[in-house]
Ligand binder design. Structure first.
Ligand code: HEM
Length: 479
């Protein structure tokens, strides 16, 4: 199992040979069943969460960082958390974040304009976009303006360090033993980075709880009824919503639980979305015809508007751009697999039984590249997601956010951010290939070896042009 371009090509070969599943042995210690066909994946992902356990082999290394959070908990503990957290991802809440996505994109694009003007038009998308998604997530989770797109911060550096160290640990079998790991230099670095991240989150949670006691609840939007704008209150962020959430018995989450969930949103939300956006831009740079069609769709939508800001209702008016995004999430899925252990025997088609206790690896990559489901799986073709062409496809053929009770809770958040950033980027820039061979690098999320380099060309748009009229600037500011 190699986390390299060749490793992914080996999966392609496995899928062509076995078509639905195969058994796999990792040295003398671990064995697992790998699945890459929707008919086999469906019963496993739809199984009740009560018999589904997140195995320690793949998830255990995240525990010192993320604690007993939604991503890592099991059974009744997981159900309670999921019930408490679900309202925080309701679209009434999410639509307030679209402004933040616009704002973070604006900051990134200003930086890109500056770089292009200075002659540095070749840029690593991952580098810029992961800072931008982190910026958005820090604002949505903590209302924290980190300025991280412009200057470095200890907290951001610690998050990057932790993501890298988890991958390194997975690849070194001796470091699987806690005893050795915590005595190694890598283990020490992990501890240090964890203490930075935990210290930051703990402080925000404690401060916010104190504010809530003294000042009451923040509003989830600015009230502008009656023509006169009332006193602006801060938009409710994830921390506020978690502090206010209560279960049927009136019990809320403790500070420690909120800290774990906030750390999990930061981990689960920034790199995945950055990978998704970067690969869409890569795929569109390879296909100028699709890129032009998306750009025309965005320009039509924003025609005659005073500002370039997209809002929640605009997102459903970008059908072709959404098809391009989905096809990219198929071809370059940010998360390449999820794993589970089941506390009961699991039956898959043909009456085969996966015995209780086995680890099942649902290969999202294998499923998305399975030629039985996706003809010419390596070709980028957004028309696959035309509703007419999708209607006979299995419900589990396309699962970038997994599926079933333990699917991604941030799916709508991520799709909204993807649409805003891709749409605004295409309106403001033309993207062409960066002139280096791209080799995929499947780590915690799908990256590219040495970065994903594209060439940017600034486009003059009626509103984003540097010669923008002062009146329009005022209108943009007031909005
Ligand atoms: C393109 C972006 C994203 C992708 C591809 C993605 C993918 C996934 C996948 C495949 C899972 C299942 C993991 C598993 O079974 O082990 C998952 C779970 C999860 N995701 Fe996402 N995710 C994305 C964005 C986000 C965002 C923006 C957030 C939060 C703000 C988030 C929070 C979570 C959480 C908390 C879980 C655990 C859910 C549970 O077990 O109940 N994700 N995600």
């Amino acid at each position: 199992m190699r986390s390299t371009e060749e490793g992914l090509q080996a999966v392609d070969q496995l899928v062509r040979t076995y078509s639905h599943s195969c058994s796999w042995f990792l040295g003398p210690f671990y064995s697992l069943v790998r699945l890459f066909h929707p008919d086999y994946i469906k019963p496993l992902l739809l199984a009740p969460a009560s018999i589904t356990v997140k195995d320690e082999l793949f998830y255990g290394f995240l525990r010192p960082w993320l604690g007993q959070s939604l991503l890592l908990s099991n059974g009744e503990d997981w159900s309670r958390r999921r019930r408490l957290l679900t309202p925080a991802f309701h679209f009434d809440i999410l639509k307030n974040y679209v402004k933040i996505f616009n704002h973070s994109s604006d900051i990134m694009h200003s930086k890109w304009r500056r770089l292009v003007a200075e002659g540095e038009s070749r840029q690593d998308m991952f580098n810029h976009i992961s800072l931008m998604t982190l910026d958005s997530l820090l604002r949505c989770t903590f209302s924290y303006n980190s300025n991280c797109q412009e200057s470095s911060s200890e907290y951001i550096a610690a998050i990057f360090e932790l993501s890298t160290l988890v991958i390194e640990r997975r690849g070194r079998i001796l470091h699987h033993w806690d005893y050795l790991y915590w005595r190694s230099p890598e283990g020490q670095r992990f501890k240090q980075a964890c203490s930075v991240v935990h210290g930051f989150t703990r402080t925000v949670v404690q401060e916010r709880r104190a504010q809530l006691l003294h000042r009451g609840e923040p509003e989830s939007h600015t009230d502008t009824t009656g023509g006169e704008e009332k006193k602006k209150k801060r938009v409710a962020d994830f921390i506020d919503l978690l502090l206010l959430s209560k279960d049927e018995d009136g019990h809320g989450l403790t500070d420690e639980e909120i800290k774990a969930e906030a750390d999990t949103f930061m981990f689960g939300g920034h790199d995945t979305t950055a990978s998704g956006i970067s690969w869409v831009l890569y795929n569109l740079s390879q296909h100028q015809d699709y890129q032009d069609r998306c750009r025309a769709e965005v320009n039509d939508l924003l025609q005659d508007r005073k500002t370039e800001d997209l809002d929640w209702s605009d997102l459903s008016s970008l059908p072709f751009t959404t098809m391009c995004i989905k096809e990219s999430l198929r071809l370059h899925s940010p998360v390449s697999a999820v794993t589970r252990r089941y506390t009961k025997d699991m039956t898959v088609p043909g009456g085969r039984v996966i015995p209780q206790g086995s680890i099942c690896l649902v290969s999202i990559y294998g499923n998305h590249h399975n030629p039985e489901i996706w003809p010419d799986p390596d070709v980028y073709n957004p028309m696959r997601f035309d509703p007419e062409n999708s209607k006979d496809r299995s419900s589990h053929a396309f699962i970038p956010f997994s599926s079933g009770p333990r699917n991604c809770i941030g799916q709508k958040f991520a799709m909204a951010e993807l649409r805003v950033v891709v749409a605004l980027t295409l309106r403001r820039f033309r993207l062409t290939p960066g002139g280096v061979e791209v080799r995929r690098l499947p780590q915690l999320v799908l990256r590219a070896e040495g970065g994903l380099w594209l060439t940017l060309e600034t486009l003059d748009t009626p509103i984003s042009s540097p010669h923008i009229s002062p009146l329009l600037l005022v209108a943009k500011f007031l909005n």
